[in-house]
Ligand binder design. Sequence first.
Ligand code: FAD
Length: 718
Amino acid sequence: MRLDKRWWLLMGLVLLLALFFGLDLGRFLSLAAIKSSQADLQAWRAGQPVLAALLFFVGYVAVTALSLPGAAAMTLAAGALFGLGWGTLIVSFASSLGATLAFLAARWLLGGWVQSRFGDRLAALNAGIEKDGGFYLFTLRLVPVLPFFVINLVMGVTTLRTWTFYWVSQVGMLAGTLVYVNAGTQLARIESLSGIVSPGVLGSLALLGVFPLVTRKAVEMFQARKVYARFEKPARFDRNLIVIGGGSAGLVTAYIAAAIKAKVTLVEKHAMGGDCLNTGCVPSKALIRSAKFLSHVQRAKEFGMRGATVDFDFGEVMERVQRVIQEIEPHDSVQRYTALGVDVAQGTARIVSPWAVEITHHDGRVQTLTTRAIVVAAGARPFVPPIPGLASLGPHELLTSDNVWQLRQRPERLVVLGGGPIGSELTQTFARLGSKVTQVEMLPRILVREDPEVSELVAERFRAEGITVLTGHKAVRVQGGGLEKVLVVEADGHEKHIPFDAILVAVGRVANLKGYGLEELGVTTGRTVDVNGYLQTNFPNIYAAGDVAGPYQFTHTAAHQAWYAAVNALFDPFKKFRADYRVIPWATFVEPEVARVGLNELEAKEGKIPYEVTVYGLDDLDRAIADSEAHGFVKVLTVPGKDRILGVTIVGEHAGDLLAEYVLAMKHSIGLNKILGTIHTYPTLAEANKYAAGNWKRAHAPQALLAWVERFHAWRRG
Ligand SMILES: Cc1cc2nc3c(=O)[nH]c(=O)nc-3n(C[C@H](O)[C@H](O)[C@H](O)COP(=O)(O)OP(=O)(O)OC[C@H]3O[C@@H](n4cnc5c(N)ncnc54)[C@H](O)[C@@H]3O)c2cc1C
């Protein structure tokens, strides 16, 4: 067996430590020993100053690199032998070098293991180290009450850069080194190591430790003041908070602000409820429901019927969608929010200063309100790519999720551009409603964020339902000025022509960033509004939430962010909370439904996070069989050897609902053992979660113990 180089290093270190402690070499590094041989050492140093300095340096590096006790006494000895100047110089470089060697050894021996084992849990720490690692280290170095060697070893397993570690250590330890070396110049008078650092000295060093944090806060405050410099802050404010946009994020922000008794104005320029109610989740799910009914009619024989037909009119189905919207509308209405204590303004908002918003009401009135804080929740819109010929299509030919709901005539031949969740949901829905649908996706598969077998299951079902799924195809142009319109797509250098009546573009959504004051003010943006962990923009009293801020584009994440935006906007600087994105679920409402929380295999591999996979096939589940829905799976990723859940993907009937149990489990660190130990009602689809946990348990059964139990039973049988 060939030993890994790491094992050689580890064995070498263990050997050196064993020698040090076995031969009790520490006795030479005690204060008493150094004091008793001070005269001899000084004589030797006077005779051979360079050699003495060199040997001392090497010895110091060895002691610190091996994390041996004795560094403090050696620092005193440096003062006694070399004086304050040279002593400080030698110790400063030797201790930094030794610390860096210990840091590197810890990283080499344990860093990879720690990061791969706990990488997901360390993500926040790594991000913090990436951003502020130097500051943390500086603080720790300045306060010598924290053991020197512990800092070296712990920092070694983080992602801090080696050079940063070296120089920050050298600078950070300088104050402590000076104190000790200086004390060493009066070695004869020192009685104990603890006596060197009196409470006063320790207090000063602790203050020095806090200094970088205070400096950083001051820099942040200075930067914040800089962005505000052009504007005059009002002496008083009309509102505590103004919220721009009455979609999922804005509504929840205003609701929370009113609930905690703040004076809040919510401005909505179009329709209360935003995308989700009017052009997103609600209409899409309503239409999906009608389409699902039609698919069941088509599957009548599977349910024991001789056959079934259904008479329907596309326009009437689309009218039902509007009725569903109207039924839900009161939840998001002006009346409801007014009753909750929100001042609702129906008009367009424009930020005119960090503390003032101009509202152009629908009746033409223009009003400017001052406010202590602003939450931008202006949402996103469909992205229409610049494909030649696309823009020349008429309003019933070029569809997006914004205008598709106005259709009353079914497009007979529909091309859907985009294989993401919105594109896929609408592809299947329109196909079920009778359109001949071609789905075009540039990437090699649809639902590309999910694991490949998920995409394949869905694509397979699409094809079985008569949909043409063209993955790896790029839309290059639209042509045909007359009656016959054609989309030209390209794959592997070959062009293909797809005649169509309408194209539905669903290739992504872009944040609304322009036209309401962000650019004029200087709020920094990229693809979305730039926000920190507290959802603050570069103007700390201006926050953003929902699709306009990202990174997720779901109603539930918009609402989740809204809580943080509202509370932080109203209570900063007294208290603020960092938005928690650890457990984010989502679902794509195609059939079979796809739902996910946490990691899938793709992401685990990408992040080099070790995992185990447990799969339970729904074809085995009694209820799924009874419902003729015995397809799909529950796939759970766990920490190797443990029941801790890293992520779950469910594909199948009601996957989005089934996922809730795992979302709760992940949020509250409940493992598969506990899910297995929970009674699930028979016969339900939810039992699949328990059976997945059962599969995991079987794979982790203690085989050796079971062999003994078998012997026990054999013995009992006589
Ligand atoms: C077809 C489709 C299906 C979807 N399905 C789901 C789903 O099943 N589940 C899910 O979780 N998510 C779904 N989504 C996503 C979801 O709709 C969005 O994530 C959510 O609506 C984002 O909410 P928001 O408040 O950030 O933005 P929006 O809902 O877009 O609200 C922003 C509001 O701001 C207003 N506004 C903008 N500028 C101004 C201004 N200057 N003054 C005043 N008002 C302004 C707009 O008029 C708009 O009403 C779907 C989206 C689409 C398009």
